[in-house]
Design a protein around this ligand. Sequence first.
Ligand SMILES: *Cc1c(COP(=O)(O)O)cnc(C)c1O
Length: 325
Amino acid sequence: MKGLTPSHHRTIKTQNTRMTRADLADRLHRPPSPIVALDCPLAAAQGVGLWVKRDDLLFAPAAPALCGNKWRKLKHNLLEAQAQGLEHLLTFGGAYSNHIAAVAAAGHWLGWHSTGIIRGEPHHPLNPTLQRATEQGMALHYLDRTQYRAKAIPPALAAVLAAQAPHYLIPEGGSNALALKGCEELAHEIQDQCRAAPPTHLLLACGTGGTMAGLVAGTPAHTQVLGVPVLKGGFMADAVADFLAASYPGRSFPHWLILDGYHRGGYAKSDEALRQFIQHTHAQHGIPTEPVYTGKLFMACHQLLEQHYFPPGSRVLLLHTGGIR
Ligand SMILES: *Cc1c(COP(=O)(O)O)cnc(C)c1O
């Protein structure tokens, strides 16, 4: 199994000069990502305005996979890890996960250790996500699907992890309370940028629902937050409600809704119509999207417009969560 020996990590550690919290906060500081108007005849004919919040443009040049909502979700976790003196990130994810890519990029960028526990059998050769993660110093371990689901770490792996401890643990997909905090900041950033005319609808793609929960918590009730799950299974409303209940006990949030039925067959399932839509979006608006998350989001928005979902006068803001690097 790859990456079982911690020796390589130990060398990086000794070369690493410790950053102060202010240094790290400074490196994690970014100006607001732009909001751009979309010129869309279908929307205009209905009196609906369409904008995109370009969080795909939010990234560290030296760590392009640390981008979009992965940036928002990791920011406060990185600050917390450093505050606890834990410059070793440990996390879980699928073999193609943007979250794994983002954590590996963050570790490399900051000179920290990173370890990824990957769902499924070892990949030979490594897929591009895992290849890149390895090049960035992430140690990879694999758990078969049953063990992964049960979070049942075999004794040999547990011993390896214990020998490298302590780590800063980030859950699968990165959705914890500090991730939600970063997404609340995103909501506040949007409010600041749209003071004169706040959006009536905020539309985003959902994987775990963590980004949506943070966004709902930070968005005033005059804006409705609409989540488009990219997985099938109909569990997203419960997932978002659970995140909200866990992070904001006692508060109630009436202004959100999950729109199921736009996943196009399930997670990472793609089809010709989606591929064409993505090409069209790029050609028409100069905005890159990808088939797993944002392509499905933009296509869902188009279908909603075809159904006259948004009342005349609506101002619809699409959140581009990144995923293209
Ligand atoms: C991970 C990811 C999402 C899903 O975010 P959740 O907080 O898990 O719902 C959406 N878009 C992109 C581009 C992502 O990489």
